[in-house]
Write a protein that binds this ligand. Structure first.
Ligand code: FES
Length: 151
């Protein structure tokens, strides 16, 4: 909870306070894709939908995090056969974004609540720009995400 400069990390403090009060922070509402559902082929990230139960319904989302590749993505199912993949870290302060199905947007879980369209365009918020959205395609039960090509 202590920031590098010796001060209190505000976001961590708030998350810890919410947990102590029995409230799960929104950043925890995007479940991670199971490791066995993820594989890489060159610059493509391939997700096996058969192994990601949390992506079975419209409006669902999962997170894909790979520290060695510096990846932190959110993948959302917006319609039966339509998915989007974007960087998950807000361009303001790096807090996690979550998928809001009702508004078809991504919203930062920090108190400033920056919001982005599904192509990554900033709608409002004090941020440092848009989120990167990735080109993807469905191939049978797989989502193939091109990590080098923006959508
Ligand atoms: S970290 Fe997202 S609005 Fe500040």
């Amino acid at each position: 909870m202590i920031a590098r400069d010796g001060g209190v990390d505000r976001r961590q403090f708030l998350e810890d306070s919410l947990l102590a009060a029995g409230v799960v922070p929104q950043c925890c509402s995007t479940p991670p894709a199971p490791m066995e559902s993820i594989r890489f082929e060159g610059s493509r990230l391939i997700l096996d939908l058969r192994r990601i139960p949390t992506l079975r319904s419209n409006g669902s989302a999962c997170a894909v995090w790979d520290e060695t590749r510096k990846l932190n993505l959110i993948v959302a199912r917006t319609e039966a056969k339509h998915f989007v993949a974007l960087n998950r870290a807000c361009t303001h302060g790096g807090a996690s974004c979550t998928y809001m199905h009702k508004s078809r947007t991504l919203r930062c879980t920090s108190l400033n609540h920056a919001e982005y369209t599904l192509d990554g365009t900033l709608l409002h918020g004090r941020t440092h720009g848009n989120l990167r959205a990735y080109h993807l395609r469905l191939n049978g039960p797989y989502i193939e995400i091109d990590l080098e090509k923006a959508s």
